[in-house]
Design a binder for this molecule. Structure first.
Ligand code: PMP
Length: 308
């Protein structure tokens, strides 16, 4: 990870080396944190954060599920995300807000008056699965690990502890020579990748697992659904059986870090012609076009870091 010069920590910008927590922090022991992953892109009009308000709202939503009070207004954290980009002199960045329980004691259930600590870091980060993957696609596999069952760990919350599941899924895939793992839910239906949502394209129609399939309802997923419908494609949220991946014409995965990545094989079975498909490519162009201006931002998704 590239070092950031400054990190926003509990209300102020502090030098990187001063943004420290204690070894007895609650989150370190019990995973009691919620976080976001947000990207700022370089655009012709300067650095712009993509769907910033929606990401910060999801941070509050994740915290709400866990009844974790965040002692800042949403607008404060929105501005702090932009400040983390500008104070580090970045024109593109990955932004990581994190709300967590610090020194509130080591009881699993925190004292009633506990409030979250909040930090926001911004640093340069390239394509999560590699620059080449965006064009040539990745080889993925179905994980032997399922996603969390409903009413166990809520997958709609982007919580620190959830990523033990992602580490098992992604780690197993990489050990077996795949770029990424795809998990089934407890009912055996397709859920999502370790850190990405998934779309299947069959006969020109896009299908993505519904919110009930133990997914994190991704903001990039929503972006691609919107862009695809805007381009005239039919998009459905429907349960997908494992074999639908083997028989797909095209598959792609979406996520803030991963962006829009074609999947060229699943479990060693070629998807379509075993390369990036034409609809995936067209949608990637629309997605990345938002940042060079070739796709009109009809939805107000770009939030400029500095207003001129
Ligand atoms: N699922 C999981 C498990 C993730 O970690 C992510 C990345 N945040 C996504 C889906 C995609 O979400 P988004 O598009 O909002 O980044």
């Amino acid at each position: 990870m590239s070092q950031a010069d400054y990190i926003w920590f509990n209300g102020k910008m502090v030098p990187f080396q001063d943004a420290k927590v204690h070894v007895l922090s609650h989150a370190l022991h019990y995973g009691s944190s919620v976080f976001e992953g947000i990207r700022a892109y370089k655009t012709p009009k300067g650095a712009a954060v993509f769907r910033l308000k929606e990401h910060v709202q999801r941070l509050y939503d994740s915290a709400k599920i866990y009844r974790m009070p965040i002692p800042y207004e949403l607008e404060t954290l929105v501005q702090a995300c932009k400040d983390a980009v500008s104070q580090n002199g970045l024109d593109s960045a990955y932004i990581r807000p994190l709300a967590f329980y610090g020194q509130v004691g080591l009881g699993v259930n925190v004292p009633a008056d506990s409030q979250a600590e909040v930090m926001i870091a911004a640093f340069p980060w390239g394509a999560y699965l590699g620059e080449e993957a965006l064009e040539s696609g990745v080889d993925a596999c179905i994980s032997s690990w399922n996603r969390a069952a409903p009413n166990t760990i809520p997958t709609a919350a982007k919580a620190g502890g959830n990523y033990l599941s992602s580490a098992l899924i992604g780690g197993e895939a990489r050990r077996h020579g795949y770029a990424e793992g795809i998990a089934l839910d407890v009912n055996g239906q397709i859920s999502e990748g370790a850190g990405e949502n998934l779309f299947v394209i069959k006969k020109g129609v896009l299908i993505t697992p519904p919110a009930t399939a133990a997914i994190l309802p991704g903001i990039t997923r929503d972006t691609l659904m919107t862009l695809a419908r805007d381009a005239g494609y039919e998009v459905r949220e429907e349960p997908l059986a494992r074999e639908a991946l083997y028989l797909a014409d095209e598959i792609f995965m979406t996520g803030t870090a991963a962006e829009v990545v074609p999947v060229r094989s699943v479990d060693g079975i070629e998807v379509g012609c075993g390369a990036r498909g034409p609809i995936t490519q067209a949608l990637q162009e629309r997605f990345f076009g938002l940042f060079d201006g070739s796709t009109e931002d009809k939805w107000g998704w770009l939030d400029y870091v500095s207003q001129e």
